[in-house]
Design a protein around this ligand. Sequence first.
Ligand code: F6R
Length: 267
Amino acid sequence: MEVVVKEDYQGMSRLAAKIIADVVREKPRAVLGLATGSTPLGTYKELILMHKEEGLDFSQVVTFNLDEYIGLPPEHDQSYHYFMNENFFKHINIPPGNVHIPNGMAEDLVGACEQYERDIKEAGGIDIQLLGIGANGHIAFNEPGSSLGSRTRVKALDEKTIEDNARFFEHMDDVPKFALTMGIGTIMDSRRIVLLANKANKAHAISITVEGPVTALVPATIVQLHPRATIIVDREAAVELERPYRDTPHDLSEAVAYIQRQKGKDS
Ligand code: F6R
């Protein structure tokens, strides 16, 4: 697992966007796993900029979002469908048919979850999964205590999440109580993971995620077991980390240049 500490939110967002853009440039039919929330907004802004200014092409890209509330139609301004459309999809050239977000209005919710897993498989698996992290260490809607092997399924929301969301709805009755979410096992099947965190309220979750033991009580700790995970944080989210970390991802060309220098000394 690689940990990169950037100075600020913009640095974090730019690096995440660059990593995703490199995947798309190398594989135009890349399958992207996407997240909602405030954390990835800067990353989406950067990717939109790259699309507009550098022609980054999303015409063959396929996406799968992590989660969606149950009972909110796609046009509801608190749904993740709406969020993704407003903040990303409507600004790039991705065909609507290539976008997948769990269907929180499905009559057969269990069937919809199973279909989502099949759809990911049929698309060839997720090439790169973007993640945010909750202050309690959740990833997607996998709250503390979730099975580390879980697949896409229905989850009841924590009381705290319901309370936090109440401000966005007119009546308490309207606040979603359930969500569809990719499981931790689903997320871990991605070929690459990029987990982002900024601000001081994430510092504790990040310190456990990076330096603590792997535990279902902090679901994000599972990324320690992923063969290709990058955690990008800003300075504030890094304050509780004990070990020093770099501000640039490891670059193989540094190692290659080193070998060349050593060979030069021998000859
Ligand atoms: C979003 C998601 C959540 C968020 C997390 C952090 O699709 O699955 O796990 O990533 O709650 O949210 P923000 O970024 O708003 O702090």
